[in-house]
Design a protein around this ligand. Structure first.
Ligand SMILES: [Zn+2]
Length: 253
């Protein structure tokens, strides 16, 4: 069995590992670009881990509901975990300190089957109990480097601008798949995202965080042009929301 990756739109992904573990990242399944969100939400009755990059609503999404129903353990930085439990009511027993790290730390999870490293992202992070409620501090935003045992190394940028320290990531990980925000307005747009790809040098790059709202104007076409301009060797793979792809266990260069 191969590792499988599903994009749900915006920054939401599902990873199925080779041994059948299920990980969700930033699980806003009921986003406007994924019409099948409600049905998929109902189908998810067993989830092992929910990984969050930061506290904004388009990333926390349906996390609490899924956590309560599907028993998922929360993986995030310490500050975000604290407000997920105390403000949004994520089950405390499913958010232990063992799965709450912070920038620079790498956690070994599910008996070593998955490793998650928290890396910087230039953005904000707060939790709102409901729309227009006062935002509550949720720590620093992060990106995530997910190493799947017998599978690929996946870098989810979270929401971020380009930063030169992205070039340091390849000293520690050979990134197979980079999930990169390209939507502009709240994050980097296509040109800066293409520059980020040059720094990280992944084998494959999948754009995300675009097209969900009219404000997110970056497109995969513009991103592709910017990658070409920079003679990027990374392979661009554009997914439709709801699409699942298989990732080779040996995606190494
Ligand atoms: Zn966002």
């Amino acid at each position: 069995m191969q590792t499988q990756l599903t994009w749900y739109g915006q920054a939401a992904f599902k990873i199925n590992t080779t041994t059948g573990k299920i990980l969700l990242i930033d699980p806003w399944l009921t986003n406007p670009s994924f019409p099948g969100g409600e049905a998929e939400l109902a189908r998810l009755d067993r989830v092992d881990l929910i990984l969050l990059t930061h506290g904004h609503g388009d990333h926390v999404g349906n996390a609490v509901e899924i956590g309560k129903r599907a028993g998922a353990t929360l993986v995030s930085n310490f500050d975000l975990k604290a407000v997920m439990v105390s403000v949004l009511g994520y089950p405390e027993s499913q958010a232990p300190n063992e799965t709450a790290g912070h920038l620079g730390g790498e956690l070994s999870l599910l008996g070593g089957e998955v490793k998650v490293q928290f890396v910087p992202a230039w953005h904000g992070s707060s939790i709102q109990k409901e729309e227009n409620a006062a935002p509550i501090y949720a720590g620093n935003p992060t990106g995530l480097i997910i190493t799947v045992h017998d599978g690929p190394v996946i870098y989810h940028t979270g929401d971020t601008d380009l930063f030169s320290d992205m070039a340091l990531m390849k000293r520690f990980h050979k990134i197979d798949v980079m999930l990169v925000c390209i939507g502009d307005h709240y994050t980097m747009g296509p040109a800066r995202a293409a520059e980020a790809v040059k720094l990280v040098a992944p084998k494959t790059v999948i754009p995300m965080h675009y097209g969900t709202f009219p404000l997110l104007t970056g497109t995969p076409e513009a991103f592709g042009r910017e990658l070409k301009k920079r003679r990027s060797k990374s392979q661009l793979r554009v997914l439709k929301s709801g699409e699942t792809i298989k990732l080779d266990s040996k995606l190494r260069r």
